[in-house]
Design a protein around this ligand. Structure first.
Ligand SMILES: C[S@@+](CC[C@H](N)C(=O)[O-])C[C@H]1O[C@@H](n2cnc3c(N)ncnc32)[C@H](O)[C@@H]1O
Length: 214
């Protein structure tokens, strides 16, 4: 059994540094807690928002959006950058409907575009380029998503991928499950290809942040 490499004390401290947020976003956090749904959480959300502001992103595409918690952080950044679009993609109709209610209440109606379906396929079909891509789908699909991301990001754009520490499972050599292998392989692809400049930021469950080199 893997041991989570990020101590709870560090995780809670990083979350506590995130400024107060709208009640609707708090309600989304409370729902995740009650339902045991794996949202990125406040510190990673703040990182997504920060990166959106830093690159002045106007076009963001998310793969694996759940009920829109991470989407809300990107949408806030895009709105403050002057407007644009954030693509919300999940294959579950119920989650997509729930996301529409939350994101509408947060004032992001004009910004979020909804797709119900398989996310890598949706990205392949989407018209690029994008300023930011965010990947949070099933981990065994991570390696297949990287070449599509490479194709759809503009030079100077940012790829963000969640769960790259996979709660410590990546360090357990006896864990050869498709999900853990998917995280390891995606990490190798990003850190060995000169098209990317990347690092792994140990917030919550580990975010890889990768610049698409020109
Ligand atoms: C980890 S949750 C997303 C959490 C979300 N990023 C957040 O922080 O609010 C991943 C969601 O994407 C869905 N999903 C996983 N793989 C997918 C795929 N290939 N295409 C579409 N949805 C996918 C899962 O069923 C789940 O609802």
């Amino acid at each position: 059994m893997a041991v989570d490499p990020i101590p709870a004390q560090v995780r809670e401290y990083l979350d506590s540094l995130v400024p107060e947020r709208p009640p609707e976003l708090r309600a989304m956090e409370a729902h995740a807690e009650e339902a045991g749904f794996p949202i990125v959480g406040p510190a990673s959300g703040q990182m997504c928002y920060l990166l959106t502001r830093l690159v002045g992103a106007r076009r963001v595409f998310e793969l694996g959006s759940g009920y829109g918690y991470s989407t809300a952080w990107f949408a806030r950044g895009v709105k403050e950058n002057g407007g644009g679009e954030v693509h919300h993609v999940v294959w579950d109709e119920g989650l997509s409907q729930r996301a529409r209610r939350h994101l509408s209440a947060l004032g992001f109606d004009g910004i979020v575009r909804y797709h119900v379906g398989e996310a890598v396929h949706a990205l392949r079909e989407a018209e690029g380029p994008f300023d930011i891509l965010f990947i949070d789908i099933d981990k065994q699909q991570y390696p297949d998503s990287i070449p599509v991301a490479k194709d759809k990001l503009r030079p100077g754009g940012i790829l963000i991928i969640d769960n790259m520490l996979w709660h410590g499972a990546i360090f357990d050599e006896s864990d050869q499950s498709p999900a853990t292998q998917g995280v390891r392989q995606a990490t190798r692809l990003l850190t060995s290809d000169p098209a990317w400049t990347s690092t792994l930021v140990p917030i919550r469950d580990g975010l890889i942040v990768a610049l698409r080199n020109g």
